[in-house]
Unconditional design. Structure first.
Length: 171
């Protein structure tokens, strides 16, 4: 089907808009959650997101093997939201994968999204607006996430940039 990307900064409405985009494709809706809460605040964020999605979206929690989940679940849905790409990149890095392995997984995700039967809506955060953190791990993450964000956007049929809750279509 097609790949759409919704990006922007924190708390700008990316997820809400991605859910609306997916909902326009039909009633069979999937959601792949990549965020792994590590504290009470993180768990509250997950619980709030579940309430906002409601029962319309069937949720699969998968922090690492998103391409395989998409390949298996896409035939069951009209649209699937993957939230969030930057958390997924971080999860892959934490598992000890090399940059080349992470980039290859991103290409695999793109290929599956482009060739599958469901509309795939990717939510991602920009990682370069703000002050860079100088640690090698932070630099590696920002570089990988920036590259993968670019590859997703290049491959997408539609790209949206959220600013203060307002979607701006780039492509």
């Amino acid at each position: 089907m097609a790949l759409a990307v919704v990006g922007g900064g924190r708390r700008c409405g990316k997820s809400r808009y991605a859910l609306a985009l997916a909902s326009a494709h039909g009633p069979r809706l999937g959601f792949v959650a990549t965020f792994v809460p590590s504290d009470e605040e993180g768990q509250q964020k997950v619980d709030q997101a579940r309430r906002e999605r409601g029962p319309s979206f069937i949720t699969t929690e998968e922090p690492v093997d998103v391409p395989t989940v998409l390949q298996a679940r896409a035939p069951l849905f009209d649209a699937i939201v993957v939230d969030d790409l930057t958390a997924w990149v971080s999860n892959l890095a934490i598992t000890g994968r090399s940059d080349a392995e992470i980039e290859a997984e991103a290409e695999r995700l793109i290929q599956i999204a482009e060739s599958g039967p469901a509309e795939i809506v990717i939510v991602t955060s920009d990682v370069d607006f703000g002050f860079p953190v100088d640690s090698p791990d932070s630099f590696r993450f920002r570089r990988l996430a920036g590259f993968i964000n670019r590859r997703m956007a290049e491959s997408a049929t539609r790209v949206y940039w959220m600013v203060f809750g307002i979607p701006n279509r780039i492509r």
